[in-house]
Design a protein. Structure first.
Length: 171
């Protein structure tokens, strides 16, 4: 059973949309970052509140968790209710990768390395552009900082993903 609730038709307090705005803004900024480097961005682009399926070439921002406190605050220390909230998100870029053929033939080393080149570019762009991901509504106005790691996943089903886990304050 599909549930179609259009939040635009609800009379919501603006602050209830802060996480939605963060997710929309982060996806837009990542697309703009890739375009600024003239690196092709997968045509399928979206954000989600769950782990995305890796079934095609895509760019996905996914929600992992949100907590009370600035990025990196100790989870074991009590926080005042008026402290910032931080979101742990994943930015994942998935692209085709060479796999063993139907006849069992392994891909040439040159094909593996060639596919790895764009994966390395994805990892570099994501990590190198952290300062631009921490910007809020006004260009040049930064949040309290971020925590981030970038990993390249295993090849599965003919695709490989580069994923950045980023913890950032929710503006």
């Amino acid at each position: 059973m599909a549930v179609d609730i259009d939040i635009n038709t609800l009379d919501l307090d603006e602050s209830a949309l802060d996480l939605v705005a963060l997710m929309n803004g982060l996806l837009s900024r990542v697309v703009a970052l890739y375009e600024s480097y003239s690196v092709p961005v997968p045509k399928r682009r979206y954000w989600t509140m769950t782990t995305p399926a890796i079934d095609c070439e895509q760019l996905v921002v996914s929600f992992t968790q949100m907590y009370l406190g600035a990025p990196g605050d100790e989870a074991s220390s009590p926080q005042r209710c008026n402290q910032p909230r931080s979101a742990v998100l994943e930015i994942m870029v998935t692209r085709p990768a060479p796999i063993i053929g139907q006849t069992g033939q392994v891909p040439d080393a040159s094909k593996i390395q060639k596919a790895s080149e764009i994966t390395a570019v994805d990892a570099w762009i994501l990590m190198h552009s952290l300062n631009l991901l921490d910007q809020w509504d006004d260009e040049g106005v930064y949040g309290p900082g971020v925590i981030a790691t970038v990993t390249a996943g295993e090849i599965s089903g003919g695709f490989q993903s580069v994923a950045m886990q980023i913890t950032m304050a929710v503006p």
